[in-house]
Design a protein around this ligand. Structure first.
Ligand code: ADP
Ligand code: MG
Length: 408
């Protein structure tokens, strides 16, 4: 209800989180560090956030009683995953300040409306068509092959995607997805990937984190790297009032990071976004920039902010919710973030379960371990990450190589 610019909840108040995974857990820890209490709504009794929140409401995301309990306790509510039903956010918004709002989440949780929205905001996307039936594939331009067919909803970490060389393969893949709505997009020649995390307050003020360079393996983020020197000027330009990116040097710059930051702000502004969000980009081999997707929440590629920035993306999320001033997004040190997947619990020779050598990991200078408290290691499951900070980028990178070797 009250989503006005002067909305403020002091420390000691309750903040609500929908979704109890690792993003909710790190939010919870950051909010608690500032004296807030957290209530989390998640159906899983072993949820990573539920283990640390003051209150775990164990109920589904459409459960009326669960939603009512959350709204009763928390005057500000946010989400940690994009698949929360927009209807639930609308219900909560009758009595609590919900950020991001149902409107923004609804656009972003469907790849068809997401891509159309990004284009409308003036930011290029990969050539694509919406696929609702087989005729859409029959009629797709030849330029979309080879391509990727992605289910429009509920995909993550490369799940719900098929790389298709031909129209026939696309038809097979569409049938294999049981006819779920999809987008078919051209496979682009990537030089590298980057992402921009930003926060936007209820007053429209924005704060940008330095962009991260991202490496994916099997469709899952593996490594993010942030060069503090490279990012310093851009972060300065980004923190401040809305529209501050009109700073002439930034708009005129053909620096790719500045372009990405400008595009991310354009998208956030068009969405009238309130909260923390991320835009993933591709940099193509010809040097051009293409937006891939939007996450309406803190993002895996922003985990480096926990150890490299004055204010992490999770503290920032709490600040926006509580109506506190946006935190300082400057990157104070170089950082490499390594994701820890469940795979490292499986011995590479025998395939048997074993505990990773944490003492060896933590013997590396600058290495900081973040584990999410998930009981069961599964291949491809995000179990934690390590941030390696360094006074120089080379130091952070050589530390990261040692951590990677220690993880095996
Ligand atoms: P998810 O929701 O699973 O993160 P993405 O659309 O971000 O789905 O795709 C995951 C990864 O697959 C990307 O980070 C990128 O490495 C690769 N990818 C996705 N789309 C394309 C494309 N059009 N061209 C080339 N690579 C792509
Ligand atoms: Mg992605």
């Amino acid at each position: 209800s009250d989503n006005s610019a002067d909305f403020y909840l002091p420390p000691g108040s309750w903040l609500g989180m929908i979704g109890g995974g690792q993003l909710g857990r790190m939010f919870c820890q950051a909010a608690q560090a500032m004296g807030y209490k957290v209530a989390v709504l998640d159906p899983d009794e072993h949820s990573p956030t539920g283990a640390v929140a003051e209150l775990h409401i164990q109920a589904g995301y459409r459960d009326e009683a669960g939603l009512a309990r959350l709204a009763e306790r928390c005057k500000a509510i946010s989400t940690e995953f994009e698949n929360v039903p927009a209807d639930s956010l609308d219900v909560l918004a009758r009595t609590s300040a919900v950020s991001p709002g149902a409107h923004a989440v609804a656009i972003v949780q469907d790849r068809i409306s997401e891509k159309a929205f990004i284009e409308k905001a003036g930011v290029p996307v990969a050539p694509y068509v919406a696929v609702r039936d087989e005729a859409d594939i029959q009629g797709a331009p030849v330029a979309l092959f080879p391509g990727i067919l992605k289910v429009a909803r509920l995909g993550y970490d490369g799940k719900g995607q098929a790389r298709v060389r031909t129209r026939e393969e696309a038809l097979d893949a569409f049938r294999a997805f049981s006819g779920a709505e999809c987008v078919l997009e051209a496979m682009l020649p990537l030089d590298y990937e980057l992402s921009v995390v930003l926060a936007r307050g209820r007053d429209g003020a924005t704060a940008l984190y330095p962009s991260a360079r991202n490496e994916h393996r099997d469709g899952i983020l593996a490594v993010s790297t942030v060069d503090a020197a490279l990012s310093a000027s851009a972060a300065d330009a980004g923190s401040g009032e809305a529209g501050n990116t009109a700073d002439a040097s930034l708009w005129e710059s053909d620096n790719i990071d500045a372009q990405a930051e400008r595009a991310a702000v354009a998208i956030a502004t068009a969405l009238e976004y309130v909260g923390v969000m991320c835009v993933e980009f591709f940099v193509l081999q010809d040097g051009s920039l293409v937006a891939n997707e939007i996450a309406p929440r803190p993002h895996n590629s922003g985990h480096y902010t926990l150890d490299a920035c004055a204010c992490s993306q999770f503290e920032q999320q709490a600040r926006v919710m509580a109506g506190l001033p946006l935190g300082d997004t400057r990157c104070l040190t170089n950082a490499v973030m390594l994701n820890i997947l469940g795979d490292v619990w499986f011995d590479s020779d025998s395939g048997t379960l074993r505990e990773p050598d944490w003492r060896r990991v933590l013997s590396v200078p600058g290495a900081r371990l973040h584990l999410y408290g998930k009981a069961e290691a599964r291949r491809g499951r995000k179990m934690g990450h390590v941030n390696i900070v360094g006074a120089t980028l080379a130091q952070a990178q050589s530390g990261a190589a040692r951590v990677a070797a220690a993880l095996g």
